[in-house]
Ligand binder design. Sequence first.
Ligand code: FAD
Length: 263
Amino acid sequence: MPGSKYTRQNVLSVKHWVADKLISLTTTRDPEFQFTPGQFARLGLPQSTEGVQPDIWRAYSMVNGPASETLEFYSIVVPEGEFSPRLAQLQPGGHLYVDKTAFGFLTLDRFDAGGTLWLIATGTGLSAYMSMLYDERVWRDYRRIILVHGVRNTDELAYRDQLLEWEQAGEAQSVDSPRARLSYHPIPTQQNLPGTPRARLTALLADGGLERHVGCALDPATSKVMLCGNPDMLTDARKLLSERNFAVGRRGNSGNLALENYW
Ligand SMILES: Cc1cc2nc3c(=O)[nH]c(=O)nc-3n(C[C@H](O)[C@H](O)[C@H](O)COP(=O)(O)OP(=O)(O)OC[C@H]3O[C@@H](n4cnc5c(N)ncnc54)[C@H](O)[C@@H]3O)c2cc1C
């Protein structure tokens, strides 16, 4: 598609984490499509099954790392949504349109390196963090990475095996290793997970329960926090964190808070 703002990619695989609710797709990747982990692509699909031009577009964070030869996306399926039910119908060999430009500012460039990086997500907000973790940079730049994933039910804990693998690799490394250690904290609100508080992330932020559970204080001098996913959670969490001296960077000053609303 010369002169076009987008490319057409082939779907390689589709994984259904929860039937009719959560899927991951991998596609081919245009070698010229470049992005920084945490950024998102605009994905397009035709409205009708006969259509050959994309006319519905939605933002999706890349799950894959920047060096991967394929693209991966993790999606909710909103039954009444225009885009996601169509995305969920794609099969290997189908086509997905990808804007040639990647967008977004939820990247590690927002922070000065060092200290503890808190990656806090609800639901599919995890996608942006997976991309960062598939890249070497985050493991070099921080001493500790704390990933908190809020979901309703335990079956929504996508990418759990990969996250546990990274966590265990950190436990096995020597104490003086310069590589960051990841601690992974899934927090379901509707089901019990042994050893895990059953509460909303914002409630746990407000009463200190998250810091107790994780075993680390949210210190604005040494911690950087990313928030991604549900806009209500982000608004409340941002307010709570701003009362504790966390702020988004402005005009070249790097802050210690960065966020991305998914709707
Ligand atoms: C910067 C950015 C990055 C995004 N990255 C992702 C991603 O990686 N994965 C992903 O699934 N979605 C992501 N989204 C949301 C995505 O663009 C679509 O909105 C979503 O897939 C639903 O599309 P839809 O047309 O079916 O429904 P829409 O008409 O777009 O949304 C309908 C309603 O569904 C709910 N909703 C939308 N998205 C979500 C979601 N992700 N989780 C829970 N409820 C939701 C909201 O209540 C919304 O009003 C992102 C959005 C933005 C702005």
